[in-house]
Design a protein around this ligand. Structure first.
Ligand code: AMP
Length: 428
């Protein structure tokens, strides 16, 4: 056992994993940019109140999972690592007066999120999300744009069989009456409610609907459905979102039990799953409309909608589905030398080639030429630049490791010759 290990619930992304994440992030950022979402970066920690107020204090994310930073005695501020990006982005929207920008303000970010939860497969204390937010548009068209964007993300990164679950959770006009009805329904069945759910009932009854406790399955199946109790405005919005999605050809399934974990959601709520895998730690991503959030955090009433897609789970599913890992290109060339001691010349030649923007490794080991060439082959290099006796005449040997051919090239012409060979290789 090593003396130190990565903290519980965190993982090292080794180069192959990091390459996969790079690809996911690049796909997300590229897609968002195609749809007109511009990148933003907010701090990974905020005043804890941003999350407490924004996400709601009676939510698992804040009550149990908020990764708090112990305040240093001289500082009054209480901080927490972000459990999700929306609250911080909305805080930035208000702070920087984005209300005066052309609306909606469409933003995207990708980065690590933190939840102090019990770690298990697919659930980490540090995980990555690709996130988009459209602030200042009441929908319904932008709701469909965002749901479709997420759906396309999975298609472009190569996850097979993704389905969209969709719901409307109403708004302050219709939700309170619905929640009353829901509370009455569960109270009448209090004798069969598991204790944790009984406790939640009085504080956040909506959450019982997406309880993963098997004892709740039957109870929840008979519960009143929000989709039957939407006010006229919410019902119309919900119908329009569905119509837009159908027109875009995005398949979706209405799931009245989908309420999402955070308090700030209104109306549209959605999640992405691989069909047939809809367990608790299996949501690939989710999002929703948050028309009350800007006001909650001190801004003018402003509608908004967004999603967060979990990249760790996408990477897991891609690996399970046997999707090819990112092919790592070897260097264009490795500089090797006949004189085991002369690492300085190898490094100098490689440095000049790198300055000419070529991908070049220098073999800096004091080992025999044969070994250096062997390693260059294993590296997947296309060429070996061999420094030998010809160096006195300003020349080197260039061996094409793929073709098995070798020729003499003047050192002054080396960068140009390699660049030309690379271009031919890629276009040939
Ligand atoms: P949420 O806002 O909780 O719905 O999270 C959005 C997405 O982030 C989820 O669908 C997951 O893919 C991912 N996610 C959330 N929490 C975790 C976690 N603890 N570990 C890994 N991924 C997570």
């Amino acid at each position: 056992m090593p003396a130190f290990r990565a903290p519980r619930g965190t993982r090292d992304l080794l180069p192959d994993d990091r390459a996969t994440f790079d690809r996911l992030q690049a796909t997300g950022t590229g897609l968002a940019s195609r749809y007109g979402y511009r990148p933003i970066e907010t701090p990974i920690f905020e005043q804890a109140a941003v999350f407490e107020r924004g996400i709601g204090s009676v939510t698992d994310v804040v009550e149990k999972e908020l990764f708090r930073i112990a305040p240093r005695s001289e500082e009054a501020e209480s901080w927490a690592l972000r459990p999700e990006p929306t609250a911080g982005i909305v805080r930035a929207y208000i702070q920087h007066g984005m209300q005066t920008w052309p609306q909606p303000v469409k933003l995207t970010t990708t980065g690590p999120m933190f939840r102090y939860d019990r770690p298990q497969a697919g659930r980490y204390r540090q995980f990555w999300q690709f996130d988009v937010e459209a602030i200042g548009d009441p929908g319904p068209a932008v709701d469909a744009e965002i749901v479709e964007l997420g759906f396309r993300f999975y298609a472009e990164v190569g996850v097979a069989g993704v389905e969209v679950l969709l719901n409307s959770i109403g708004d302050p006009a219709c939700r309170p009456a619905y929640i009353e009805e829901l509370v009455a329904y569960y109270r009448a069945r209090a004798d069969v409610l598991p204790p944790t759910e009984r406790d939640r009932l009085e504080r956040n009854a909506l959450r019982l609907l997406d309880s993963k406790d098997p004892a709740m399955t039957e109870l929840n199946a008979g519960a009143p459905r929000i989709t039957d109790r939407l006010c006229a405005a919410c019902a119309e919005h919900f119908a329009a979102v569905q119509a837009h999605l159908s027109l875009l050809g995005v398949p979706f399934r209405i799931e009245p039990g989908l309420v999402r974990g955070l308090d700030y959601y209104t109306r549209t709520a959605f999640e992405y799953y691989v069909a047939g895998r809809e367990g608790q730690q299996q949501a690939l991503g989710g999002g929703g409309r948050y028309d009350g959030l800007v006001e909650l955090l001190g801004g003018r009433p402003t509608p908004g909608i967004g999603f967060g897609l979990g990249l760790d789970r996408v990477a897991l599913v891609l690996a399970e589905q046997g999707s090819a890992a990112v092919a790592v290109d070897g260097p264009l060339a490795v500089v090797v030398g006949a004189d085991p001691e002369d690492t300085a010349t190898r490094l100098k030649v490689a440095t000049d080639l790198r300055a000419a923007r070529l991908r070049v490794r220098a073999d800096l080991g004091r080992r025999k030429l044969g070994r250096q060439l062997e390693a260059a082959g294993k590296d997947g290099a296309h060429f070996a630049v061999i420094l030998g006796d010809e160096l006195a005449q300003g020349q080197v040997q260039v061996r094409d490791l793929l073709a098995g051919t070798q020729r003499v090239v003047g050192i002054d012409d080396l960068a140009r010759a390699l660049a030309r060979a690379e271009a031919n290789h890629h276009h040939g």
